[in-house]
Design a protein around this ligand. Sequence first.
Ligand code: ATR
Length: 298
Amino acid sequence: MEINGKTKIYGIIGNPIEHTLSPLMHGMFADAAGLDMVYVPFHVADGQLEAALRGAYGLNICGMNVTVPYKNAVIPYLTEVDQRAAAAGAVNTLVRDAREDREGFIGYNTDMNGLWRAMKEEGISLEGKEVIILGAGGAGRAAAFLCANSGVKKVYLLNRDAAKAEEVAAKVNETLSRYGKDCVSAMALAAYPKLLTGAAHRYIVIQCTSVGLTPKAEAAVLEDGDFYRSVKFAYDLIYTPWETKFMKLVTANGGTAFNGLKMLLYQGVDAFECWTGTKVGKETADKVYQKLKERLYV
Ligand code: ATR
């Protein structure tokens, strides 16, 4: 592809940004759709976020992804934040604001929809289910909003620091009060045995802590087999290694486990569709998924 004066520029901002797979993904989506666009990684140093956004707007950049550590920090510098992204307190996708009187970007969160689409593709529905979320950091908070929005029966939000889980649960319950005040219950991680009184394999579990991430792949946030026997489906947001210790424990105890690679894929698909209005076909999505696998695990 030849870059010329009409080529649309997209990108991703983060720090560090060296290992991002998003340019690979968006390059493949653009090729498949025949769109004249490029997607560039931008390393934004500490303290340069506001300047980077102003510069990006000034340079006519059409859209950007936002990754660690700016998903929350970017919010004050946007012209508008989509309701769901605001509720989750995290923005990962910026769309250039087309309104004449606004100079900047509108923020969205495609991580949540990415997780929803990934689960759907695996045949997992959240509706009417009891869900355990492990971790109440940025990812856990977004997962809690997704679950509460997807008609779950109950969410148990477990965190090592119980106060943080309480805070997130209160926020979700308040924002989504139509589901009832007690849709999300906060608990200390150590209190998990309280959840094990019912039938085996009753829960969907979403693993949102950083425990088990390469290079510390031998760790799992919980080790107790009794916990894992209560799990029917589990989704670990981690995708390196391919199979986390958490996933191995789920499988060893009769449950089905998935890693976070499809979520990574679908948050990208969602962002691409949001920017370009062009749907990513299943065949392209599958091809990109295979390519991501090759890059990550060979
Ligand atoms: P992210 O945005 O990826 O969610 P984060 O906001 O830093 O990252 O959150 C990391 C999560 O992993 C938190 O839920 C954290 O628990 P605390 O809030 O109690 O710190 C969890 N976590 C990290 N290391 C952990 C460990 N060794 N055991 C249990 N939970 C851990």
